[in-house]
Design a protein around this ligand. Structure first.
Ligand code: FAD
Length: 411
């Protein structure tokens, strides 16, 4: 069997590795002329890290990422709500990683090239159209050398939130649905805070700061690559997304500071100094798409953001793409192409639909909204507002629903 994977992001590259581990040949076609280390920080959760570890990538991840040790939820005013250990520190057999998205992609890309050969990733190949028949799929790509056709038994659309393959079947959906929140993201070298592996999320859906380190460099002692995200609700989502919904769109320090000055404050880090010192920040709308009722059509299927783009709350975007990839490979190893894609969809579609919907309500970070709703002017004693068991249960319910409760991972 030969599988054509469209899109060389986290999902597509993991699919190539997982298929290879099961003895299935694949080729990844990526539209970009080269795969560069784009994006800033992402978190990958223990269930996804378990799969990457089984693919033999744990040492590489340790080389470039940081094992997250704890997560502290706070209000936007900086009042602590809940502090929980994470990954190995929480008794998981696998870590949670805070990592630069581009570095994670490079770890995967290097492994694909080393294991499948240099020809396994074709850059400068943009899918423009395809047909399927009883025996396979014929896909057309625009390349620097002109249009070419590739033939495979199965085609996987790992081509992100603007998926061409999704549009082929679903029709024109228009821009992603936006909730009125803009996110400014950046990373720069900065002194570590708390354990040096801590993560802070301060503020609910209206105004939020996310802060965590994503890498160290022996040549920069006393500093860590500090990732920050400032989210601000600037509309109700009924208006069109301002600007392009492009992960690489550059923002300005002034724009970010308007939202930081007014609301967010934090003891651990001087936010104004951190943001001002960051050479470049990126602005992206918090958006997703309505979950699909179907994502496999005989020999063609979707994976990752193409199938289920979700708000980046709860750290699930990359993790769920990794899980999709592994389960798809399991199905293709056991079943005929058409049956495999049906079974894969059955295993993954309703599971990820639940996460898309939960993330619209704030995901686990809902604990912050809850406290901020009950005590908009802050509190003297958290116990007067919410008890620890209630907050822990809310976070725990999200973890179980998204498949990364400790007992689900350590089995
Ligand atoms: C440039 C970039 C930067 C990002 N930065 C962040 C970040 O900082 N933080 C964060 O939380 N998430 C970020 N994301 C999103 C995050 O990577 C995904 O949510 C998650 O990893 C799921 O990945 P995916 O593989 O499904 O999709 P993606 O990571 O979006 O990958 C899809 C790939 O498909 C390729 N592609 C699209 N159309 C075609 C076509 N017609 N033919 C061939 N190839 C095609 C794209 O170029 C891309 O490489 C970023 C995504 C991108 C593309």
């Amino acid at each position: 069997m030969r599988v054509l994977i469209v899109g060389g992001g986290i999902g597509g590259l993991t699919a190539a590795l997982a298929l290879h581990a099961r003895g299935i040949e694949s080729v990844v076609c990526e539209q970009a002329s080269e795969i560069r280390e784009l994006g800033v920080g992402i978190n990958t959760l223990p269930h996804a890290i378990k799969e990457l570890s089984l693919l033999g990538l744990l040492d590489d991840l340790d080389r470039v990422g940081i094992r997250t040790s704890e997560l502290i939820y706070k209000t936007a005013r900086g009042q602590p709500i809940l502090r929980q250990p994470r990954g190995i520190d929480a008794g998981y057999e696998y870590p949670q990683f805070s990592i630069h998205r581009g570095k994670l992609q490079t770890v995967l890309l290097d492994a694909v090239r080393a294991r499948l050969g240099d020809g396994a990733v074709l850059t400068g190949h943009k899918l423009t159209g395809f047909d399927q028949d009883k025996a396979g799929v014929t896909a057309r790509f625009e390349t620097p050398e002109g249009e070419i056709e590739l033939r495979a038994d199965v085609m996987v659309g790992a081509d992100g939130i603007h998926s061409t393959i999704r549009r082929h079947y679903r029709g024109e959906e228009g821009p992603p649905s936006w909730n009125g929140i803009l996110m400014w993201r950046g990373a720069t070298w900065w002194p570590p805070f708390l354990t040096g592996r801590s993560m802070i999320i301060a503020g609910g859906m209206k105004s939020k700061l996310v802060l965590y380190p994503i890498g160290n460099d022996p040549k920069r002692p006393g500093e860590t690559l500090m990732n920050w995200v400032v989210c601000a609700k600037i509309g109700d989502g009924s208006m069109p997304i301002p600007g392009r919904d492009d992960w690489s769109r550059v923002g300005t320090v002034d724009e970010v500071m308007t939202h930081v000055d007014d609301i967010l404050s934090l003891d651990e880090v001087d936010l104004e100094a951190l943001i001002s010192a960051t050479p470049e920040n990126y602005v992206y709308p918090m958006c997703d798409r309505e979950p699909l009722r179907r994502w496999s059509w005989r020999r063609v299927t979707l994976l990752g953001d193409a199938a289920h783009p979700m708000y980046p709350v709860g750290s699930n975007g990359a993790s769920q793409a990794i899980l999709d990839a592994v389960i798809l490979a399991d199905c293709l190893a056991e079943l005929s192409p058409v049956e495999a894609l049906k079974t894969y969809e059955k295993a993954r579609r309703s599971a990820t639909t639940k996460i898309v919907r939960a993330n619209r309500k704030g995901g686990p970070e809902r604990v912050i909204d809850l406290v901020e709703e009950r005590a908009p002017d802050g509190f003297d004693n958290l116990n007067d507002i919410a008890n620890g068991a209630e907050l822990t249960a809310l976070v725990g319910a999200y973890q179980s629903m998204a498949g990364f409760a400790r007992n689900q991972v350590n089995n």
